[in-house]
Design a protein around this ligand. Structure first.
Ligand code: TRP
Length: 449
């Protein structure tokens, strides 16, 4: 270990923002609206927020504790803290999960690149049917997805600090502002009220254990929780970072951005007659109408806003793919003592190949199915609804029961300096609440309960 120098983030703001950059991404702007749409709207939103607060925040703090205490990559962190017991499998699980996620995430990020390009070069072209046209092409979506992974690769080999920290500081707040502008634009479209009601007025008859599992998966996906991703980031935290604060702030920001994305999409979808349960294409078929209709009086404004929005979406996706990539890269660099660029290539190639097949499975090769759904959908469901909650449950058990309580206390309170009052609550959450809730949701889904 010791010989390879670990980077560390420069400023306090940089740490939280870079971790927030990992959390905020397509999970909020693309996945959240489409999941909410398919799972009945407001009731799903409530469950999602509950999962973030009750299970997400303690889970995040647990990953932070493991990462910062061990100061090592995902697998090595577990190994180090457990003295060679099989806990390091949790780290391996995380590396595997995040590489699979990178594979299908890049496809969606590639779609965003395509829309950015279309917004710049062919304004007004990207209408409702545009999505179906280009996504079924055999070549284009694949090229964009691979291009996106290569872009991530380039940032990764340039190093932790320079690559990630600088840009998020400026671009994240701009994304939030732009999102708010679009919320206003979309909510003032004629007929928008139905969409607002869909997102905010709960219909509890739509709840089921399936919806609960989807909400849990979405919460974890959106927080980047359950793959040791946060653990890897936390290994770059400083001794003075307040872990509970950081987790709370990131969770709040993340949920806020998801809700804004919902308030941008559903009113617009209602206004132009797109069904909320349109699936993964939801934001791509809805947004062009917002840009065209809401800014019809001054098309140039629509043009500028659409270009900025897709550009920021690409950036938000990039800060997330960087974090997925970093998990595997840090692992190969430190465990096998490979040069950083070579270990980055390992992840790039694996995720790249997966992304090609994922892109085809929702486009040119619809027959590419696993268990009755497209490969892309399968990867998404497998990771979000199964691997992430499992990873999250294991990290809670590890911190709650396995690591010496003294170590957990020291990390949680920064050696007794802060958050002492919340320690017992935290311990109770990671020992009992999180593992039991997640286990119950799993068992129920499997039909055991
Ligand atoms: N949270 C990110 C998003 O919302 C996606 C993400 C980044 C992620 N890193 C992760 C999800 C690690 C799970 C695990 O877009």
């Amino acid at each position: 270990m010791g010989k390879i120098e670990r980077g560390s983030f420069g400023s306090r703001l940089g740490i939280v923002l870079a971790t927030a950059g990992s959390a905020v991404g397509l999970g909020n702007v693309w996945r959240f609206p489409y999941m909410t749409g398919q799972n009945g709207g407001a009731a799903f939103l409530l469950l999602y927020v509950a999962c973030i607060m009750v299970l997400g925040v303690p889970g995040m703090v647990s990953e932070f504790i493991v990462g910062r205490h061990a100061q090592a990559n995902a697998a090595h962190a577990y190994d180090k803290l457990s003295g060679g017991r099989p806990w390091k499998l949790v780290g391996y699980l995380g590396i595997l999960t995040s590489t699979i996620i990178l594979g299908f995430y890049a496809v969606v990020a590639g779609w965003c690149l395509q829309y950015l390009w279309a917004a710049v070069a062919k304004p007004g072209m990207a209408t409702k049917d545009y999505f179906a046209d280009f996504s079924t092409d055999a070549v284009q979506p694949v090229l964009w997805a691979v291009a996106f992974i290569l872009l991530t690769h380039v940032v990764i080999v340039r190093g932790v600090r320079r690559g990630i920290e600088r840009a998020s500081k400026w671009l994240m707040p701009i994304l939030l502002v732009l999102l708010l502008v679009l919320v206003v634009a979309s909510c003032t479209l004629p007929g928008a009220a139905d969409g607002i009601r869909f997102l905010l007025w709960p219909d509890f008859s739509k709840l089921s254990s399936r919806v609960l599992l989807e909400a849990l998966g979405q919460a974890f996906f959106s927080l980047s929780l359950g793959t040791a991703c946060l653990c890897t980031y936390a290994s770059y935290f400083t001794r003075t970072t307040n872990l509970l604060h950081a987790a709370g702030q990131i969770a709040l920001l993340d949920a806020l951005i998801a809700v804004c994305a919902g308030l941008m999409i559903f009113p617009a979808a209602a206004a132009v007659g797109i069904s909320p349960d349109s699936g993964p294409s939801l934001i791509f078929i809805t947004l062009p109408s917002v840009f065209q209709q809401a800014f019809a009086a001054v098309p140039i404004v629509g043009y500028v806003i659409s270009v900025m929005f897709y550009a920021l979406l690409v950036f938000a996706a990039l800060t997330s793919t960087i974090s997925m990539h970093e998990i595997g890269t840090a692992f190969f660099t430190e465990e096998f003592r490979l040069p950083r660029s070579r270990s980055a290539w390992v992840i790039t190639c694996v995720a790249g190949v997966l992304s090609v097949f994922c892109a085809w499975s929702v486009g040119a090769l619809p027959g590419l199915q696993v268990m009755g759904r497209s490969l892309m959908d399968f990867c998404d469901q497998l990771t979000a609804n199964f691997m992430l909650p499992l990873g999250g449950m294991l990290v809670c058990l590890f911190v709650g029961w396995y690591i010496p309580k003294r170590v957990v206390y020291e990390e949680f309170t920064n050696d007794g300096a802060l958050n002492r009052r919340y320690f017992r609550l935290f311990l109770f959450a990671v020992r009992f609440v999180c593992p039991i809730c997640i286990a119950l949701i799993f068992l129920h889904q499997l039909g055991v309960l």
